[in-house]
Structures are given as structure tokens and as C-alpha cells.
Design a protein around this ligand. Structure first.
Ligand SMILES: [Zn+2]
Length: 305
């Protein structure tokens, strides 16, 4: 089975931005840390197959240059590969290098430009240098850079989206990291990793509600359990619907019901009904939750691969 981190990277590398501005920004993100100009041309040397594929696709899409690609083992017999995408010296080269540098310089001067391009740039950086722990273990996302200057630029862009990564130096590398499930989910959403977000949200909801239930079970009577089990499932379904982007298309009645459940995770159906204006019977409330269950089930089926 493919690791979670790699699955996320592969998902992100399947996105090809529509607009040329974003394609350029994503290529600049891929080349931000791992691209260099040499005597033979411009080289992008990456350790991720997804990054190599993405760079190849974007270069072909944007410029149709002549390209050379090399794959070698990092160490003899190791599973790790190093991919070199080289744009050998050719008339197009100065234009390509000029465009890449243009993006890097704009961001280093905090001229952030359009959000669409900033997202694409971050996606490029993430595909090359990002990784994520399986959320079942803990929440940890990181992007490894080679200098404080690089880290600061990436951090600056993230801040424009209200993301606040930490920065830590480890030997030669300066690493940006996030340990908050909500922030990680927000970043993956920005990057377009929607099935990653869905998986992450599922784990988050299960973890969160389990903790709530565990706390309560210690002091509540046993007949509370059934109510809590149902509430647990309802909250899980609502968050799943939200994470899938379907929430906006719900009817106002269902949205109201969902909102109340999130606000009062422990309330009984009768209590929730009384909070509505006009009040609704227990069976009326139950009916609405059944509709939400059906929608959540549809989403699970769509994403069960
Ligand atoms: Zn753009």
C-alpha cells in the first residue's frame, strides 16, 4: 500500500493548473529550491518522481523545449532515485530562466500577486520538498528548505493565507512545519489535495469525538451512551459533508440542523428540536439527520477506492 505522504504528493502532482500564470508559478515552485543554472543549461534535480513528472509536464506545456531526463540511484542498490530534468542550452533557455527568476524575485520582495499563482507556487514547493505523517499517528506536515531565506519566503506566502508554520533549523536544512490538524487541512485544501483533506478530516473527527466521548463516559450514566453514539455519528457525517465541499448545496433546513448539532454535540434530538424556531418534533429532527446520513454515505462511497 502506498504511504499516506506519497499518496498526497501524487494527488497534488495530478493537478495541472489551467492558467498559464499558475503553470509558471508552479514550475517556479518546483525549481525554487532544486533548480540551478549550470554551464550545460538549467537543471532541476529532485528526489521525487512526482516532482520530475510535474516539471516535465509544465515545461512541455509552457515552452515545448528540448529536455533531457536522467534517473539514477541515490546510493547503489537503494530504492531512492534522483531525477534530473535538464533544459540544455538552446534559444529558449534565457526566456525560461528569466521567467523562473522573475517569480522568485517577486516573492522574495514580498510582491505576492494573485492568490491562484501563490497556491500553485506552494504546490510546486510541496511536491518537491513536502511530507506528511499519517494522521492516524499524529499531525505533522513539513517542508524542508536549504536556507532561512527560502523558508522565510515560503512562510511569507503561507501567511497571506492565514497559515502560521513553525520554522526550525536541523543541520544543513531549515524546515517549516505544522502540527495543527486544522492548519494542515487548510493548507492541503489550498493546494487542491481534496481527498487528502477528506481522509485527514475523517481521522480528526473520529479522534475528536472519541476524546469527547471518553471524557463523558467516565462521569455519565450508561444510558447516555446511545445518544452519544448517535451524536458521534451525526457530527462525523456533518464534518465529512463539510470537508467534501457539499455543505453549501444543502437545503437551509439541513444546514440549520447541522449547525445546531455541531454547536450542541451532546444535546438529545428532543433538545435540538426545541432549539429550532419554530420547534420541531423529535421525529422531525430524526428525519433531517437521516437525510444528512444518506448524503454522507454517498460521499463515502464516492471516495472508497
Ligand atoms: Zn495564476
Amino acid at each position: 500500500m502506498m504511504g499516506f505522504s506519497r499518496a498526497v504528493r501524487e494527488e497534488l502532482a495530478r493537478i495541472l493548473p489551467e492558467r498559464r500564470c499558475c503553470q509558471m508559478a508552479e514550475l517556479a515552485g518546483l525549481a525554487f529550491i532544486d533548480g540551478t543554472l549550470t554551464v550545460q543549461g538549467y537543471e532541476l534535480i529532485v528526489g521525487q518522481a512526482a516532482a520530475a513528472r510535474m516539471a516535465y509536464r509544465l515545461l512541455k506545456q509552457l515552452y515545448q523545449p528540448y529536455l533531457e531526463i536522467k534517473v539514477r540511484h541515490r546510493v547503489r542498490f537503494s530504492k531512492h532515485h534522483v531525477y534530473t530534468i535538464r533544459i540544455p542550452n538552446q534559444p529558449l533557455l534565457p526566456r525560461i530562466v528569466g521567467s523562473l527568476r522573475g517569480v522568485h524575485q517577486r516573492y522574495s520582495k514580498e510582491r505576492w500577486g494573485k492568490p491562484c499563482c501563490r497556491k500553485a507556487f506552494l504546490r510546486g514547493v510541496y511536491i518537491c520538498r513536502g511530507s506528511l505523517t499519517n494522521p492516524r499517528k499524529n499531525y505533522h506536515l513539513e517542508i524542508v528548505t536549504d536556507s532561512f531565506q527560502q523558508a522565510a519566503i515560503i512562510q511569507g506566502i503561507m501567511e497571506t493565507f492565514d497559515l502560521a508554520p513553525g520554522v526550525v533549523q536541523r543541520k544543513k536544512h531549515v524546515t517549516l512545519y505544522m502540527k495543527d490538524g486544522e492548519q494542515i487541512s487548510k493548507l492541503l485544501n489550498l493546494l487542491g489535495g481534496h481527498s487528502a483533506v477528506l481522509q485527514l478530516e475523517n481521522v480528526r473527527v473520529v479522534k475528536g469525538v472519541r476524546n469527547q466521548i471518553n471524557r463523558l463516559v467516565n462521569c455519565e450514566t450508561a444510558n447516555m451512551d446511545k445518544t452519544l453514539e448517535a451524536a458521534f455519528r451525526q457530527v462525523e457525517n456533518i464534518k465529512l459533508i463539510m470537508a467534501s465541499g457539499r455543505f453549501a448545496s444543502l437545503s437551509p433546513e439541513l444546514k440549520e440542523m447541522a449547525g445546531l448539532r455541531l454547536q450542541y454535540p451532546y444535546a438529545s434530538l428532543k433538545e435540538l428540536g426545541e432549539l429550532l424556531d419554530p420547534p420541531l418534533s423529535k421525529s422531525g429532527v430524526n428525519h433531517r439527520f437521516r437525510k444528512l446520513d444518506v448524503i454522507a454515505e454517498e460521499i463515502r462511497k464516492e471516495h472508497a477506492e
